[in-house]
Design a protein around this ligand. Sequence first.
Ligand code: FES
Ligand code: FES
Length: 856
Amino acid sequence: MSKFFVNGKEYELADEKKVMGFLRDELKLLSVKDGCAEGACGACTVLADGIPTKVCVQTAKRMEGKHIITVEGLSDREKEVYKYAFGKAQAVQCGFCIPGMVMCAKSLIDKNNNPTRIECADAIKNNYCRCTGYKKIIDAIMLAAKIIRENTPISFENKVMELGDSDIRVDAIDKTMGTAKYADDIYLDNMIYGSCVRAAYPRARVKSINLEEAKKLDGVVGILTAKDLPGKMTGHLKKDWFALIDVGDITHSLGDAIVAVYAKDKETVEKAKALVKIEYEELPAVFDRYEAMKEGAPIVHEEEDTKTNILVEKHIKRGDPDTAIKNAKFKVTKTYKTPYTEHAFLEPECAVALPLQDGGVMLYSSDQSTYDTRRECSYITGLPEEKIIVENSYVGGAFGGKEDMTIQPLACVAALKFKVPVKMKLTRQESMQVHPKRHPMDVTMTTACDENGILVGMKCEVVSDTGCYASLGGPVLERACTHAAGPYNYQNVEIHGTAVYTNNPPAGAFRGFGVTQTCFATEMNIDLLADMVGIDYWEIRKRNAIKPGQVLPNGQIADESTGLEETLDAVKDYYYNNKYVGIACAMKNAGVGVGLPDYGRCKLIVNNGLVEVHSAASENGQGIGQVLVQTVSNELKLPIDKIVWKNSNSNNDPDSGCSSGSRHTLITGEACLRATRELCKDFIANGKDLNKLNGKEYVADFFEPTDKLGADKEFPVSHVGYGFATQLCILNEDGTIKEMVGAHEVGKAVNKLGVEGQIEGGMVMSMGYALTENLKVVEGKVTAKYGTYGLFRANKVPELTSIVVEKAGMKFANGAIGCGEITAIPTAPAIALAYYRKDKEFRTELPLVNTPYSKK
Ligand code: FES
Ligand code: FES
């Protein structure tokens, strides 16, 4: 046994026991987050004798005699300081990394209460944050150090927050203190644990499953196979995703689950999994999308009685691109290749289900839409949707990777069958194998312009590897195609896209939703045209930038909020005052659009003199909770402490759609505004005394029709709104990045620092996409590890400059346009151009080769 101290109290633990499990499971010190359990992410960081220590890989023996401090063990004054500093700096998005960052900050400030930014970055360099780009975390550490150094008193204000104001987010304090409950932080009486045995081969027929030995193991509660499930398949759009593969069925990828094992503790689950015997008949698999399209290729979804691996094809044509290109003065054709990207959110997927007395089930889950989860769980449980209640726990990042189901349906079935609460959580490596990635795409594009660099036509062929399941493969391909012409004023375009099934991991939604891939091709071709014309890279974009009243390549008339030119103007000085500078532009829809029923919904309830904001709009870290609360505060001129926001719950809150497509700020924001205006009338009529309105509810929907792709209209409206952006990459002489500049037009910034946080986080995420991240997949197996995958660390991030451009014209949601996705879109081509200008090597593949960031 080893003895050590935790927050001042002495404990004893068997030498070989892992300390993280003890702190979390036994002591319930839940600021210690389990993000990987392999020493890679830093979410479990505590101080051991003052040194930041990742306790997931520490045994009790290694802690012998040491004094461990967690966030819970900070002094009251320290707690106030870190709450305030991290909140004020808006350092907190999903929050999963934050308690670990706080401990790193304390370790630094205890030794040096006047650190430089470089010292702050160094202090957190072993901890990843996937949301923020680290800048605002460093701001927070600098602020905390200043408060401690100057012994400044702290007061938390409760003020009216108007549009554009920035202050402590509604969820920041709980996330900073580790009291915000993520699904893995839920512990219930009699709770059992579950995990899946996954396929040994990417494509094989399951011949038999033998559970005898596993069932005999002490502590095993039960084992599920496909035969125990009322439903076989689920799926976000297409029901093609097997919850468990049955005997006789064929696996689609190594992530396929075959058996789900449940036991009283996690160790027994793992032992029982090892005792499950599965016999397979290995079958030929296909991992290359071009091979998959050939006649005679193995068919990934043989059960669908299909002869093709093509999930979907998209074709868009406007004008006469062949003639336009033929007659053009300059034209260029290139093929570009983009890789898989792993979301790498800090919180692996986790779900806790418990049976309800009425025969239904309650699910606490980490995902992007409680209503979608409810629907998809009903397919497998066989329950009507109303019998399933889904509540978002706090979500530790998603970025598109938590739209699809992983363990949620199996947790529900187990809770119903075994009649106890069930927790299921993916290991980090399982998470990387199982959830859909950003689609690898090959884009062959011809772009043409006249002698003045005015674009005249474009043709493009896109082929994506959508992996083993449909997921969002169709809409991602569609958005890749609809945005492939870029935010420019020309109308002769033809785009053909194909999404192909393979036995690779699935591909689906990822911040940028297909546009990240085609934008790389669009912008790089424009750079080559600028060279041919003899004008610079800023100028060619300025000449072609779409303006209000002009027609976008997709046929939509650009509305008054269209602000690409303003973003170009905002970066002009940076562009002309630096030597090795790359530039790229982008547009991205806000709202799902394309003729779909894209509803925003909100319900305000006045309760005990407070306004409760109810909307099933998942807060994944992007800040929708703050946007809604601030919308109410601004409209009613009500102090922020009078407004209550809670995580999405499918039973209490109206369905406001999925957290995707940068849609909530605009779509749910407008619904919230409408409900607030109704409340406002009564509020004023009652002398602004909320107590007189106790019990009253104000409900509003928002739906603005759009036209589906290929609508027979001269000027179809594909989306309610678009955001526009220009980003720059500025290199040092040694080829490292000196600065990234992002100018983003967002209509009206509701929470200005929040918008900056999105820009910074998006740019750093896509610096990884451009330079360091390349998810290795070998014969369908993700061989990359979280710690070596290539995420940027704080001490490698260059200066980040975010420019928030506001422009009136959007007629909904106080003029606000969501910006979550677009911040990650133009980064890669801007970086590629900067290197091209420096070394004259025109790179067509991501991640870029021959840079100081390239893996040797
Ligand atoms: S959970 Fe310990 S480093 Fe990730
Ligand atoms: S706020 Fe750092 S990972 Fe989300």
